[in-house]
Design a protein around this ligand. Structure first.
Ligand SMILES: [Zn+2]
Length: 442
């Protein structure tokens, strides 16, 4: 068996790993490069091998940095099965069409053809083969298995074997303590491990997110203001709704309208509670928690929110305030000191979110400048990724040392820190692959 790294090396996006065994070619994850232009332009490079020669794709989870290149690969000739969990298939049905929509809009802006269209994404979805967790999938000479992994809805560890050697992909590693999803199970043994290192050099804040959320809401309502929450549509939106539901149940926040103003977030919410084996809540509580918001799928309904004359909570995308409906709410609510903009996720350099979090007094949104008078707040303790301690804790349950651990999906500093921790604590062999590096696994 041989592995080649075609993405997520030294960066946190573009996960693509090719496994070869004889003439069998299997791609684990097929992600888009996201973020800075220097990286995203690589989405346009021709795929390093003939896409028609790839037998199958197996997915760890539905995040676009793990799936968003699929429609481009299909467009270039890939036509094999795409194996994923049932929840990943349904989530991808929402996210890949959303990604295609963004590609089309961006292309229009630059008067250039899109990387792929909604039709390409729709065609790609036709190749999906949703599969049960723990079921054996035979791909020519390789056997593959998905194990539920607790990062987001539908996420899985992918285990590949040729009958002699076993290779396990952590995908993005979930957190042991989380209020909605079941915790990631422990893996006892694998010959080779591909491990993500997003937070390999950091420890998540221990502050109680529910408490911060409650304080921010109470303070803003006291001033008669509106709370605007830029939010990612998968997991973060459901987590915020769950905390708001808890606060409502305890009468810890005033009874004010909550709007879920994100078509993607609404679609994900609608499918979330169906997958009862993924989460720890009883299903009726899942439905109650995710059902507390008024949904505003149309643009007209979204615009209507901005005329509200009382305190309210508005949850909308995008999470970094760069696209979706959030910029329009910022235009409306940024200029008044009684309002609060509450960030609940990582804000990448260069995004509107980062500019606001860094304390800008003025911000440019769609070619117009706006004074920032609203309070800008952050809840730092939300994350769907295990931190440095949690990764080491997860690894400590291996009963046998892997022959090699490959670290991917992390910035160079995170990777270096995690490599050092693993070597010191377990004395395992840790490899940091570079783009297109190949390793024989035997
Ligand atoms: Zn992820």
């Amino acid at each position: 068996m041989k592995i080649t790294f075609y993405g997520a090396v030294g960066v946190v996006t573009g996960s693509k790993y090719l496994i070869q065994e004889g003439d069998t070619k299997l791609l684990v994850d097929c992600g888009l490069f996201q973020g800075e232009r220097g990286l995203t332009r690589h989405n346009w490079d021709p795929f390093p091998i003939n896409p028609e020669s790839v037998d199958a794709i197996v997915l760890t989870h539905a995040h676009i940095d793990h799936t968003g290149y699929i429609p481009a690969l299909v467009k270039a000739g890939f036509s094999g099965p795409i194996y994923s969990s049932h929840a990943t298939y349904q989530t991808s049905g929402v996210l890949l069409l959303d990604a295609a929509n963004l590609q089309e809009e961006e292309a229009k802006e630059h008067h250039a053809p899109p990387l792929y269209t909604k039709e390409d994404a729709q065609k790609a979805l036709g190749f999906f083969k949703p599969t049960d967790y723990d079921a054996q999938i035979q791909i020519k000479s390789l056997q593959v298995k998905l194990i539920r992994s607790g990062h987001i809805l539908g996420s899985a560890f992918v285990v590949v074997t040729n009958g002699k050697e076993t290779l396990t992909f952590s995908g993005d590693l979930g957190r042991p303590q989380q209020p909605i999803l079941k915790a990631p199970p422990y893996i006892k043994a694998t010959d080779y491990l591909v491990l993500e290192a997003t937070y390999g050099d950091r420890i998540h804040s221990q502050e109680d997110p529910e408490k911060i959320l409650s304080t921010v809401i109470q303070e803003t309502v006291k001033k008669g203001g509106v709370i605007v929450i830029p939010c990612f549509s998968v997991m973060r939106t459901q987590l915020i709704l769950y905390y708001l539901y808890q606060l409502q149940q305890k009468n810890s926040i005033p009874d004010i309208p909550i709007f879920l103003d994100s078509p993607t977030g609404i679609s994900i919410n609608n499918l979330f509670c169906k997958f009862a084996d993924e989460y720890v809540l009883p299903q009726p509580e899942c439905k109650a928690a995710l059902g507390i918001a008024r949904v505003t799928p149309t643009v007209a309904e979204s615009k209507q929110i901005d005329h509200i004359k009382q305190s309210a909570i508005i949850i909308a995308g995008s999470g970094m305030a760069d696209g979706g409906r959030i910029p329009f709410h910022l235009q409306q609510f940024l200029g008044d000191a009684k309002n609060t903009i509450l960030f609940v996720g990582y804000q990448a350099v260069g995004t509107n979110g980062r500019i606001l979090v860094d304390g800008a007094q003025v911000i440019r949104i769609y070619d117009k400048e706006y004074a920032v008078r609203a309070a800008i707040k952050t809840i730092p303790s939300f994350s769907a990724h295990a931190d440095a301690h949690e990764i080491i804790e997860w690894l400590s349950h291996f009963e046998k040392a892997p022959k090699k651990v490959f670290l991917t999906h992390g910035e160079p500093e995170s990777i270096a820190a995690l490599k050092k921790s693993i070597e010191e604590r377990f004395k395992w062999t840790v490899i940091v692959p570079k783009y297109m590096d190949s390793f024989s696994l035997e």
